[in-house]
Design a protein around this ligand. Structure first.
Ligand SMILES: Cc1cc2nc3c(=O)[nH]c(=O)nc-3n(C[C@H](O)[C@H](O)[C@H](O)COP(=O)(O)OP(=O)(O)OC[C@H]3O[C@@H](n4cnc5c(N)ncnc54)[C@H](O)[C@@H]3O)c2cc1C
Length: 303
């Protein structure tokens, strides 16, 4: 089911038709407060009142014209200016900034975003896409990090290579958002069994947390797996870390109660709030993560 849904995510016919279906638009609202930034800002303000920070992401990927990247840049510059009061950060896909077309342009765009984030005392996260982009994304990040402290990158625990990618980044005092991984990857390069991905996630946490304790690394555990977060925290406790040094991020609409609980307990929590009309591929990846979500979609077909 996961592979089928991830195949659907790449299907052009479905990508151009599904977003027009009313029941699909209704179903996607579970993961988006709305298509416009105003709805995202309102959701972030509400979360802020409960001690949960925000991470904004304008949906969209694999743009085919660099003028689209310019619009994305302008949009994020406005977002950064509008959200200074709530301490929000932003998260962006390299292919939304032109990586498929021209790596130099994507780098220049990221640099502009990093400068805007520094000015707004915010932070730019670089999403990690499918494995075809891993090397190029890390290359962008390494170059960017040498000049800008306000940038971080997502790394995927399902890839065998991630441990050595982390080791390679550590001298840069990086910021790493650790995720399990949301794409269809072959067994030659990625763990396919969930328990193996989970075990690697925890091992990577154990590897990185001492660096967090020594303030050599900013680490965000981006997962809804609260058992895994609790197990990682046991390592944190053994290292006598403060709860506020344990950063967690989850997606809007998923395990909201747990986000609020973790924030109440003193962990640093952020909710990733996505918005925009290019939600099709992103939404299919959310369904693939939990195929039971399809029942929810099916229910939207009922009057
Ligand atoms: C803040 C954030 C940023 C991310 N950035 C990236 C990125 O840059 N690159 C990338 O490849 N992936 C990214 N992901 C997605 C990630 O790789 C996983 O696909 C996703 O988080 C699901 O895995 P999990 O860690 O929550 O664990 P799982 O073991 O899949 O889930 C644990 C529990 O969480 C709940 N849950 C998880 N997903 C869903 C869902 N979709 N709907 C309803 N309940 C759910 C379920 O109760 C499930 O039992 C990101 C995820 C988050 C939270």
């Amino acid at each position: 089911m996961r592979r089928l849904l991830l195949w659907c995510a790449q299907n052009r016919w479905l990508a151009s038709h599904v977003p027009r279906w009313r029941f699909a638009r209704r179903a996607v609202r579970r993961f988006l407060p709305g298509e416009g930034f105003d709805a995202a800002l309102k959701a972030a303000t509400d979360f802020k009142a409960h001690g949960v920070g925000a991470l904004f992401t304008l949906l969209g990927e694999n743009i085919t014209d660099l003028s689209e990247a310019n619009k994305v840049l302008q949009h994020y510059e406005e977002v950064l200016a509008a959200s200074t009061g709530i301490g929000a950060e932003i998260s962006v896909k390299p292919t939304q900034l032109g990586l498929d077309i021209d790596a130099a342009a994507a780098y220049a765009n990221l640099q502009r975003l990093a400068l805007a984030a520094a000015k707004a005392d915010s932070f730019v996260w670089i999403d990690m896409e499918g494995s075809g982009y891993t090397d190029r994304t890390l290359d962008l990040y390494r170059r960017l990090r040498q000049q800008h402290p306000h940038v971080g990158v997502a790394l995927q625990a399902y890839l065998y290579r991630t441990v050595s990618d982390i080791a390679g980044l550590l001298p840069l005092k990086p910021a790493i958002r650790l995720v399990k991984g949301a794409y269809a990857e072959p067994p030659e390069i990625a763990f396919s069994a969930k328990r193996e991905v989970d075990a690697n996630y925890l091992a990577l946490c154990a590897f990185m947390l001492p660096e967090v304790k020594r303030s050599k690394l900013r680490l965000v555990l981006a997962t809804h797996d609260v058992d895994l977060i609790a197990r990682a925290w046991r390592f944190g406790q053994a290292l006598e870390m403060e709860r506020s040094q344990m950063e967690v991020a989850m997606l809007y609409g998923i395990r909201t109660g747990e986000q609020l609980r973790l924030a109440r307990e003193g962990f640093a929590v952020r909710d990733l709030i996505a918005y925009g009309d290019a939600w099709y591929q992103w939404y299919l990846r959310r369904l693939a993560e939990r195929p039971a979500n399809i029942l929810f979609v099916a229910r939207q077909l009922l009057p």
